[in-house]
Write a protein that binds this ligand. Sequence first.
Ligand code: ADP
Ligand code: ASP
Ligand code: MG
Length: 242
Amino acid sequence: MALIVQKYGGSSVATPQRIKNIAQRVVKAKREKNKLVVVVSAMGDTTDNLIGLMKQINPDPPKRELDLLLSTGEIVSAALLSSAINAKGEKAIAFTAHQGKIITDDAYTKARILRIETGKILEALDKGNIVVVAGFQGITSTNTITTLGRGGSDTTAVALAAALKADICEIYTDVEGVFTADPRIVPEARKLKRISYDEMLELASLGTKVLHLRAVEIARKFHIPLHIRSSFTDEEGTLIDK
Ligand code: ADP
Ligand code: ASP
Ligand code: MG
């Protein structure tokens, strides 16, 4: 039995129908005799909209309150995906960062994960649940909510994969993998079948947003194989594993 961490980005959970489609994919993977932890981002443009909302209230908001506000987006997705999985007849349970004990420092809006206390997640997996975790958020040792920086759900997924010693971390997004350039801007860009952590690190540090930089750093450090692929097709994506 493999332990798989899957992560679905904002466009992959943008509508109720897409959430139901993902639930189907997750259930299929579970029924292939895997243990599954699923990390979700906020639906569609939710994070941008919440930032816009806050700016109308206070153009320079306290970072602590901004993080508290932004964390709600991923909680919505987690509760909905868990419920969609339940509707398909599999047991699932959703966790916030507080419930999943994802402990960070207190650098609001760009917090770093210090450790993950995996007890509750492991217990839920052992009871046969698919565990759905709200991405992008953390909790300080004094129980204040933080966020990990834009695109940070990737980092939640890879950090969980490392803490749980997962066999693989699958990052589902809206393109079919890592390309030689942004396929939305450069139509002739080629999909890369397999690249090294160092190559991915270089791409991420140049601002390629397909993967959060910190996620690549953690994957390299703990040798977590990453598979970047589309949530809309069954095509093989890009493997990052050496
Ligand atoms: P998600 O919401 O799933 O986390 P992101 O928007 O953060 O997705 O990242 C995926 C986007 O990254 C793609 O839609 C694509 O436009 C962009 N991108 C930029 N450079 C690349 C690249 N070299 N390969 C693939 N995608 C890229
Ligand atoms: N929802 C957050 C963002 O838009 C985190 C993520 O999508 O990874 O940046
Ligand atoms: Mg992203």
